[in-house]
Design a protein around this ligand. Structure first.
Ligand code: G3H
Ligand code: 13P
Ligand code: ZN
Length: 315
């Protein structure tokens, strides 16, 4: 069942975070639904602009609709990840997405508010909720590359004004994470002091953490051993997710880790089975491994076992 992120955040606030997972294809979709049902967790499907244009935006939509029928027990939101204004309107008018992110974080404070407010007005008119971003993460997203020096942590003094004036339903904050597989050029640290200040300014308001893949070192080692070249890759310490949830983080975005699972499975498969040319063979392994990965991540987020509670809340 497709619900808004707002509904999921009401259930989760202060207790746990909901996993927001990016998908691009059939195998990820199957693994995602299986893993969330295995761990009895509500979840958020994220679709980026790149994912929409990988084949045709209608293809992912059709896959998710089919998955909703195949897995009727699942409760999830369908969310546009890092949208620009035009893509937000396209999703709002699609009648399919329950939530969009407008990412105008690279604009000035005033321009970010103005753009976000326009999207909020259009979305709310159709019962769709909006995530916005204040501050700037490092790393690569869509076609924008932000170096760690250019990254800006969210200013807690601006957060409340931003939310009040833009009307956004949740806020992505920059507290030290970055996108991709190479995070933290210095020591890994999340700025819980900044997060705590933001929560004081915005009590009971859902916050979002992007760039939260943990880039498991075992995964990186297996990829490198099977011919990959990911030396120096590292990510967020997943044992800090629950602490973040207590400070108001209700949505944690994970994409890179899923890509690492895909890379490891396929590299190992073809190394061990050089004679194989049936794409379904590694596909089957990937769907199983991805499902296990999702279930394990949900344990770390605290969302495992919460599905019944959410179902009761939704009624
Ligand atoms: O933040 C970006 C997400 O990881 C999506 O990546 O734009 O390559 O699909 P993508
Ligand atoms: P990762 O690159 O850490 O997986 O972050 C994903 C993300 O923030 C998607 O919006
Ligand atoms: Zn992101």
């Amino acid at each position: 069942m497709i619900v808004t992120t707002k509904k999921l955040f009401e259930a989760a606030y202060g207790k746990y975070a909901i996993g927001a997972y990016n998908i691009n294809n059939l195998e990820q979709t199957m693994g995602l639904f299986r893993g969330n049902l295995m761990s009895e967790a509500p979840f958020i499907i994220q679709i980026s602009k790149g994912a929409r244009s990988y084949t045709d935006k209608r293809m992912l939509q059709a896959l998710i609709k089919a998955a909703d029928e195949v897995f009727p027990e699942a409760i999830f939101a369908v969310h546009l990840d890092h949208g620009d204004e035009e893509t937000c309107y396209d999703c709002i008018n699609s009648g399919f997405y329950s939530s969009v992110m407008i990412d105008a974080s690279h604009e000035s404070f005033e321009e970010n508010i103005a753009i976000t407010k326009r999207v909020v007005d259009a979305a709310h008119a159709k019962g769709i909720v909006v995530e916005a971003e204040l501050g700037q993460l490092g790393g690569v997203e869509e076609h924008i590359q932000v170096s760690e020096d250019e990254a800006r942590l969210t200013n807690p003094d601006q957060a409340k004004e931003f939310v009040e004036r833009s009307g956004c339903d949740s806020l992505a904050v920059a507290i030290g994470t970055s996108h991709g597989a190479f995070k933290f050029s210095g020591s890994q640290s999340l700025h819980f002091d900044v997060l705590s200040e933001i929560q004081k300014e915005l009590p009971n308001y859902p916050l979002v953490m992007h760039g939260s893949s943990s880039v498991p070192q075992e995964e990186v080692a297996r990829i490198n051993k099977a011919g990959g070249k990911l030396e120096g890759a590292r990510g967020v310490d997943a044992s800090q997710f629950k602490q973040a949830a207590k400070l108001g983080v209700t949505k944690i975005n994970i994409d890179t880790d899923g890509r690492l699972v895909w890379t490891r499975v396929h590299r190992e498969h073809f190394l061990e089975h050089p004679e194989n040319f049936d794409l379904r063979k590694p596909g089957i392994v990937f769907m199983e491994e991805y499902a296990k990965f999702i279930a394990d991540k949900n344990d770390k987020l605290g969302s495992s076992g919460q599905l019944d509670e959410v179902r009761k809340m939704i009624g």
